[in-house]
Ligand binder design. Structure first.
Ligand SMILES: [Zn+2]
Ligand SMILES: [Zn+2]
Ligand SMILES: [Zn+2]
Ligand SMILES: [Zn+2]
Length: 256
């Protein structure tokens, strides 16, 4: 009951709590023109005149009453399944990182796309490769000549029920592998080196893809290149001269 009340307040107030210039929900600080029309901080800096009465905006004032209101209204996150209660001024910030937000922003920095079908988008638009993975584990290889500077970018591992986006690169003396899953659950993956002389299991947790653009990423799976060169990187018959391959068997173990 309480929660429905909040939702109704939310709907009623939303229209009057949006900036008339950009239609985004106000967040403190809120400014107003000499006539008292409110405008958001960004628009107050980019517009010369008030969008409602055309008074010049060089004389603008803070709207403290509205700012206090934004801090005192409690709403519920709009995304199905979340249920998190927030003060209105935190709603937008929360919804950007909410793991129930079905609109996932594209993982490529230069791309502004956001939507529900990230896998289709990055496959079609950014030509990210998909690999079919067996539930018993599939072996993936990383080939490079210059291991210390290599960047393999993104690829998609498609398991029977799970999709993992991974990003791999080397920086300095370390090989990094980020694992992102499309759901709200974090998965545990077993990564096993396949060189028989140095076979090791690593248990790695994936992160929800929603965390990606918000830089809330934990330290990814990583191994020292020095150690990898000594024990794990292999030459392979089909590789060009000078290339070495790191091979890892990847298997999803299940929920956290
Ligand atoms: Zn605005
Ligand atoms: Zn005005
Ligand atoms: Zn939420
Ligand atoms: Zn994109």
């Amino acid at each position: 009951m309480e929660r429905e009340d909040s939702l109704q307040i939310d709907k009623l107030l939303l229209s009057s709590l949006e900036c008339p210039a950009c239609s985004k929900l106000f967040m403190p600080p809120v400014y107003q023109c000499f006539n008292g029309h409110s405008i958001c901080k960004t628009c107050s800096e980019t517009k010369a005149t008030c969008p409602e009465c055309s008074l010049p905006l060089q004389n603008k004032f803070r709207n403290i009453a509205l700012e206090r209101m934004l801090e005192s209204i409690e709403v519920v996150c709009s995304f199905k399944g979340c249920g998190k209660r927030l003060v209105l001024s935190q709603k937008r910030t929360h919804e950007q990182v909410c793991t129930f937000n079905p609109n996932i922003p594209c993982i490529f920095d230069e791309c502004q796309w956001a939507g529900e079908c990230l896998i289709d988008h990055i496959t079609l638009v950014h030509q990210v490769k998909q690999f079919e993975m067996a539930s018993s584990g599939s072996v993936r290889g990383w080939n490079s000549k210059t291991w210390r500077m290599a960047d393999w970018g993104y690829s998609i591992w498609k398991f029977a029920d799970d999709v993992i986006i991974n990003k791999s690169f080397c920086s300095g003396d370390t090989f990094y592998l980020h694992l992102y899953d499309m759901g709200i659950r974090r998965r545990t993956l077993r990564l096993t080196t396949v060189n028989p002389e140095y076979q090791v299991d690593f248990f790695v947790k994936s992160e929800p893809i929603q965390y990606f653009k918000n830089k809330y990423t934990a330290l990814p799976f990583h191994i020292s290149i020095k150690i990898a060169e000594k024990y794990i990187l292999e030459s392979a018959d089909e590789l060009e001269e000078g290339y070495k391959r790191l091979s890892i068997r990847v298997e999803i173990l299940g929920d956290q």
